[in-house]
Design a protein around this ligand. Structure first.
Ligand code: KG4
Ligand code: ZN
Length: 347
């Protein structure tokens, strides 16, 4: 087979992203460019991503992101073999912006157009960075997602379980808000927790002892709220050490939940007798050092390699979308695909 150069476009949440990947069969894939423009400032006053604002920002800037990605990669549209775009799941206004731009480029150039599932993009990233062979186990943990996936092929995923309510990143963000810490909550809660006593508050471990890989995080957030209110009532405010201890106790609970369920997921995965057993993580929450450490330990204890791609490829980006497009082509889907933009699209 031949060398493939693919443009990826991602606009399903609050990152406007475009990237170019080149893959020669016998070589490691090359990320020629990976442009990611965040929108954090635009949504800062609202305590979350506002779909309308996100869609307008994508519509205004996505073409510029594509231009920049092509320029950085030193390629023009004529050098491309295909265009891959996130077709869901996500905020539909943003997804539509991306799909319309990609469709326009494909129509004007005659290039094949590939619709990529955003979750498949995350799930296939370990093959972009480390040529990880199938089957491997993936924990996807972000502000919007939380699931264990068996990745068996470029288009073959089994969901072993996931959150039945909030995603962990969402829980970190809500806890930060409850404790008057800055957003995004993950990094600020992690920093505060460094000076805290994780054993001070006995917070719940929902579903931990139940069979299966499903998880729950919303009760944990409610427990943090109750503990905060009790502390405020007792001391007339939240003292610095109380805040640190509460953050550390919350983080320890999330760590126990993720590690406990990871052990169950690993046991199911090992039933497949994988040649190179691997637990990979993706999503913004994978940046958390405490969570990484307990997941790494759960993997090591079972003789499984732990893999965390570079953070820029763990969080939302278009390189993973271009790569998923290349995987699709390599798996035989060379014909232009007929697809629609979808707000919901389980793997
Ligand atoms: O993957 P991501 O950038 O975006 C999506 O959610 O799609 O993940 C963002 C989430 C936020 O909820 C953020 O608070 C969380 O990841 N996060 C963290 C950390 N850094 C980011 N959570 C825990 N610890 C961190 N260090
Ligand atoms: Zn994502």
């Amino acid at each position: 087979s031949t060398t493939l150069t693919v443009l990826g476009i991602e606009s399903s949440c609050d990152d406007t992203a475009a990237a170019v990947i080149r893959h020669a069969p016998a070589a490691a894939p090359a990320i020629l460019s990976n442009v990611v423009w965040g929108q954090t400032d635009l949504h800062a006053d609202f305590g979350g991503v506002v779909p309308e604002i996100a869609a307008r920002a994508h519509a205004e800037k996505l073409d510029l992101a594509v231009e920049e990605a092509l320029a950085e990669a030193c390629v023009t549209l004529t050098d491309l073999d295909a265009v891959a775009v996130t077709a869901g799941p996500g905020l539909i206004g943003g997804v539509l912006s991306g799909v319309m731009l990609a469709r326009g480029i494909a129509t004007a150039t005659g290039l094949p157009l590939l619709g990529v599932n955003h979750l498949a993009g995350h799930a296939l990233t370990p093959r972009l960075t480390d040529a990880t062979p199938f089957p491997y186990l993936m924990l996807l943990v972000s502000g919007g997602h939380c699931q264990f996936l068996l990745v068996k092929g470029a288009d073959s995923f089994t969901r072993l379980g996931g959150t039945i309510d909030d995603a962990p990143g969402e829980a970190f963000d809500k806890v930060a808000k409850l404790l008057a810490l800055p957003q995004p909550g993950g990094p600020s809660v992690e920093t505060a927790a460094q000076n805290g006593d994780s054993a001070r508050f006995a917070l719940p471990r929902p579903l931990l002892d139940r069979p299966g890989c499903d998880m729950s995080f919303s009760g944990l957030k409610t427990a943090v709220l109750r503990t905060r209110d009790a502390l405020v009532a007792e001391h007339g405010g939240l003292r610095e050490q109380d805040r640190a201890d509460l953050c550390a106790s919350f983080q320890a609970s999330v760590a126990d939940l993720l590690a406990g369920k990871a052990r169950r997921a690993i046991a199911l995965y090992m039933d497949l007798s994988p040649a190179q057993p691997t637990l990979a993580v993706a999503g913004g929450v994978a940046a958390n050092q405490t969570l990484r450490a307990v997941l790494q330990k759960a993997a090591q204890d079972a003789g499984v390699q732990f893999l965390a791609p570079p953070l820029a490829l763990c969080t939302d980006n278009a390189a993973m979308i271009a790569w998923a497009g290349i995987e699709q082509i390599r798996a035989g889907k060379t014909a232009p695909q007929d697809f629609v933009a979808r707000p919901r699209w389980p793997l």
